[in-house]
Design a protein around this ligand. Structure first.
Ligand code: NAD
Length: 285
């Protein structure tokens, strides 16, 4: 079984971004800038935001984080987004999700100018993706497609089984696979006989958030597994399928797989950085 090394791939992409930013600086232009809004103090969100900020700065780009208490009025968040939309020095805006329950998340996400929507979650960008003309792609699906491409995994004509239909991962991934001419089956929590479906899949993408969702024998010989899930268990981080318990049996069965950790995870942040640079380049043609 080939290990699809997301960490190494992300590293290469980030090195290329750093090189481009260096060139932008060298010719005297301002560097790309990401603005992040974090509302509330969820420890996991705070650590994700720190890591995004750190990566952005390490690549030579600019990053400004707005930490707002969960008592902030929705109007004030909308005003801040409006200011960032109109700030010519800001190329991309990211609102860390989930927002506390009392906010209208959809309304706040829609308030971002879709041309500055770092995560590709704005209605306009969702629509453009469905039309096959994405302006900006959501980071995890983009990372999955990049891993398939850079590992020379043929998508056209393959039967891809996507497990999970969230707007963040499953749905857009299925769309991108369809656009690349895969035959896609989209499974979710109401799907019956899941393993009957995965056994006839060439490429299986799991994003359910359930450890032990499938066993190694639920895949056909030589299938490709992209395990997107990050499940925190007593034994550490595990995917929906990939774990220290299943690794050996998966190695016997599969053609290639992403490990957890070190598979899709590192790609997500690299794709966010790529989105920031790409939006900068589009805005400053
Ligand atoms: P979500 O909870 O929004 O969606 C989960 C989806 O899985 C739903 O559509 C649900 O119908 C489906 N599902 C749940 N149980 C199922 C079952 N038993 N059988 C079939 N389908 C089932 O979650 P999400 O935001 O899409 O994230 C999914 C997983 O991916 C989580 O573990 C999350 O931590 C991980 N994730 C990883 C990255 C990364 O960078 N690697 C990024 C985003 C999310």
């Amino acid at each position: 079984m080939k290990i699809i090394d997301g960490k190494a791939c992300a590293q290469q992409i980030k090195a290329q971004i750093a090189k481009e930013v260096e060139m932008i600086k060298a010719i005297g232009f301002r560097v790309p800038k990401l603005a992040i809004i974090l509302v509330g103090d969820r420890p996991d969100s705070m650590s994700y935001v720190k890591s995004k900020e750190k990566t952005c700065l390490s690549l030579g780009m600019d990053c400004q984080t707005y930490l707002l208490p969960a008592t902030t009025a929705e109007r004030d968040i909308l005003d801040l987004v409006d200011r960032l939309n109109n700030d010519r020095s800001v190329d991309a805006v990211l609102i860390q999700l989930p927002l506390p329950d009392h906010y209208d998340s959809a309304r706040i996400l829609e308030s971002i100018d879709y041309r500055k929507d770092a995560d590709g979650l704005h209605l306009m960008n969702v629509g453009l993706l469905h039309l096959g003309e994405p302006y900006v792609m959501p980071c995890t699906p983009k990372g999955i497609m990049t891993l398939l491409e850079t590992n020379n995994i043929e998508v056209a004509g393959q039967h891809a089984v996507v497990i999970g239909r969230s707007q963040l991962v499953g749905e857009p991934t299925a769309q991108l696979l369809i656009r690349q001419n895969a035959t896609v089956t989209l499974c979710h929590s109401h799907t019956r006989h899941l393993s009957d479906i995965t056994r006839i899949g060439d490429i299986i993408i799991t994003a359910a958030g359930h450890p032990n969702l499938l066993k190694p024998e639920d895949f056909k010989e030589g299938a490709i597994l992209i395990d997107v899930a990050i499940n925190r268990t007593e034994e550490g981080l595990e995917g929906d399928v990939y774990s220290p318990r299943t690794r050996e049996a998966l190695e016997q069965r599969l053609g290639a797989a992403t490990p957890v950790p070190g598979g899709v995870g590192p790609m997500t942040i690299a794709m966010l950085m790529q989105n920031v640079l790409d939006m900068y380049k589009t805005r400053n043609k």
